[in-house]
Ligand binder design. Sequence first.
Ligand code: NAP
Length: 242
Amino acid sequence: MVSQPIHKTALVTGGNKGIGYAICQGLLNAGFDVFLAARDADQGRMAVESLSAESLSAEGKPARLIVLDVADDESIKAAASSVAQIAGSLNVLVNNAGIYPDGGVDILTVPREVLTQAMNTNAFSPLRMTQAFLPFLEKADSPKVINISSGNGQLEGISANVPSYSLSKLALNGATILLADSLRPKGIAVYAMCPGWVKTDMGGASAPRSPEEGADTAVWLATAAGMAESGNFFRDRTQQPY
Ligand code: NAP
């Protein structure tokens, strides 16, 4: 009897550009069926088209677009039902979408709206996404949640000059620990990672890393890490202190 290839599925938020796009590419190259989630349908469509010129899944399929604003619970619900219509399970959820809204403020001046926006997008959205996609993760083989955090979220890396971003990534790291503990009995691994300083719209032109280099640890966690690594923080495929 010929055994059927096992196709794994992954969903990457903020997949239309930057590190998220490179993670989609890396996961397609690793044989995953990829849901590229983008909040702007046109941007998402363009990303899917440009990806399919470069990378396809193991079955030769392009990434599929899911329109998703991670800061909007209704949008998350709609995205979950779109995924449900196509795939019964999800092996990997990559919470990559993020914002860096601290221009011109520091810890002494940052206004509430900026704090709220950063916390909502960078910390609460990955948590709400994990809650919403839990039924699909529970049905998958070796399910994983990968939270794209930052060195600014490590206790030694928080910066008064990027206050809302640092606090939001610190909170995301905390959510990673709590989710990993809660999901361990279900066999679902949860990781946080820093991609390094990456040349993207967020990282700017002076950053030393390419998006592909920034995506490398996420692809490694998706393909090679297991339950033993769950709950930990990584950079360059190496565990780091929170
Ligand atoms: P980027 O180029 O600015 O891309 C950010 C992505 O997040 C975009 O696709 C953006 O969508 C999406 N996004 C933002 N808010 C969203 C929302 N509410 N709903 C859905 N998507 C949303 O940034 P990047 O450098 O690739 O960053 C990706 C992740 O890596 C972020 O979590 C960031 O904090 C982290 N990181 C980056 C660096 C770095 O040096 N670049 C360093 C450490 C950590 P739109 O295109 O629609 O805006």
